[in-house]
Design a protein around this ligand. Structure first.
Ligand SMILES: Cc1cc2nc3c(=O)[nH]c(=O)nc-3n(C[C@H](O)[C@H](O)[C@H](O)COP(=O)(O)OP(=O)(O)OC[C@H]3O[C@@H](n4cnc5c(N)ncnc54)[C@H](O)[C@@H]3O)c2cc1C
Length: 443
């Protein structure tokens, strides 16, 4: 087991996203609400804004409501890592759904990344988007073999896919960490600056005529014959369609939806500015990294190549946001990069992602109310894609079909609104990760 480094907390530790330091935050004007609109959207993150853009470009009148400043949910806090994989592996999908449906499901995240890239180019959003690739290092040899088996099954069924296995000996070209037993390299994915991307979506939505009502919660929905009546912080409004895009911040607006959406905290810390040559040597090519631990580490260089940002799901004892959480993440950085001993953590922040119990993203439109949410930890591309698809559905456009349509959206009898079981689950995952480390030492 390599020696860990000890990272320290900066005296002026900032408990706010690093991304907010260099975004151009837009002061939104006081909204003037119309009495009725074609489409009302609840949630002003990537999903809601993407849906708003598609609906407005399709000729609809649109209002987006956000209970906070739009983007203050996950969409300006995330790691900016653009994923092109679903959580269930290809062999698992194939066993459950058969080869053809599994292939269609696997194509959705790839389509999502292509759509995201197209949108960024078409809208001219300056957000440091690039396809620098992602490396998935394995916590131990058993995890490496599992990654390899999944890749072989996928290659057999789908042909030439964009991934290769990297042995422990070759690994330094992709990641200079002694912690891992090799990994899987994907080249078509990449990363972006999440807050700048969100700013760009806000600009584009406003240019398309979308009214954005910030700090305006939607408090209730009442179904009438021909429309839905929304009770909002700014008064009532009638809408032909209502799209719920609230992901990890889903409240009791629709209790039946809330009990199927499991919010989970994810947290990130950033190092102080380092020598860019050191960052490039530790993570060559500015790649995104996601490892195979159960409480996984996801990390990357900042777009300017001067810092390392690492995110994780806080374990049981670090779950409270604050300096203790920053130190917990700093310790993880030190475990991965022992040579960062003595480096300071300058920023730490957190937000909520959402999971479904079967780990699939969820999209649906029934009568006049739709939803798109539950992207797990990988929602940057998927939220934009499913927001777009949901708006197409709302417009009655058949192009809005996805491979996720008609999937069940199960709940659990023991969960309504407070995910009490996450604490014990985190403790279990932490124990499993310690065991994975022991296998690594034995290997
Ligand atoms: C720390 C962190 C790191 C992450 N890193 C990555 C990553 O590297 N790569 C990746 O792919 N994904 C990542 N994600 C996930 C990704 O950010 C999300 O999946 C995505 O931003 C979801 O966007 P959204 O618009 O659906 O939800 P959000 O951006 O969370 O927006 C939901 C909005 O709904 C609003 N809302 C809720 N209820 C109401 C109401 N009643 N009325 C009005 N408004 C309401 C909230 O105020 C909130 O602004 C990360 C998430 C977090 C928190």
């Amino acid at each position: 087991m390599p020696k860990s480094a000890r990272l320290k907390l900066a005296d002026d530790l900032i408990l706010r996203p690093l991304w907010w330091d260099d975004r151009k935050r837009i002061a939104l004007p006081e909204p003037v609400l119309p009495q009725k609109v074609d489409v009302a959207i609840v949630g002003g993150g990537y999903t809601g804004l993407s849906a708003a853009l598609t609906a407005a470009h399709g000729g609809a009148t649109v209002v987006v409501f956000d209970a906070e400043d739009p983007g203050d949910g996950a969409s300006s806090r995330n790691g900016g890592m653009v994923g092109d994989r679903l959580k269930p592996s290809f062999p698992t999908l194939e066993k459950t759904f058969g080869t053809e449906r599994a292939k269609a499901l696997m194509a959705e995240p790839t389509n999502a990344v292509d759509y995201l890239e197209r949108l960024i180019i078409d809208l001219g959003i300056e957000c440091d988007f690039g396809r620098m690739g992602r490396y998935y290092p394995a916590a131990n040899p058993a995890h490496f073999r599992a990654l390899e088996a999944a890749l072989q099954a996928e290659q057999a069924a789908r042909g030439d896919i964009d991934a290769t296995m990297v042995s422990r000996d070759e690994q330094a070209q992709f990641l200079a960490s002694p912690l891992y037993a090799g990994g899987r390299l994907q080249t078509r994915t990449g990363g972006l600056h999440p807050a700048r991307f969100h700013d760009g979506l806000i600009d584009a939505a406003r240019n398309a005529g979308v009214v954005i009502a910030s700090r305006t919660a939607v408090l209730g929905l009442e179904e009438e014959d021909d429309f839905i009546r929304l009770d909002t912080g700014l008064g009532y409004l009638n809408a032909g369609r209502v799209l719920i895009c609230t992901n990890g911040y889903t409240g009791d607006l629709q209790p039946d939806l809330q009990r199927r959406v499991i919010p989970v905290t994810s947290a990130i810390a950033a190092t102080e500015e380092l020598d860019p040559a050191l960052v490039e040597r530790l993570i060559p090519g500015g790649r995104m990294i996601t490892d195979s631990f159960n409480l996984l580490n996801y990390y990357r260089p900042s777009p300017d190549g001067r810092r390392i940002l690492l995110g994780t799901r806080p374990g049981l004892f670090a779950a409270r946001p604050g300096p203790r959480l920053a130190q917990y993440i700093g310790n993880r950085i030190g475990q991965i990069f022992p040579e960062l001993d003595g480096t300071s953590i300058t920023h730490c922040w957190w937000g909520k992602v959402a999971f479904s119990v079967d780990d699939f993203p969820k999209i649906g439109l029934q009568d006049r109310i739709g939803h798109a949410l539950c992207y797990g930890g990988s929602g940057v591309a998927m939220s934009v894609w499913l927001g777009h698809k949901l708006a197409q559905k709302a417009l009655g456009d058949l192009a809005g079909r996805t491979a996720f349509d008609d999937m069940p959206f199960p709940g659990r009898f023991y969960y309504r609104s407070w995910p009490w079981f996450l604490g014990p689950a985190m403790a279990w995952y932490e124990a499993k990760d310690r065991l994975a480390g022991r296998y690594r030492r034995a290997a």
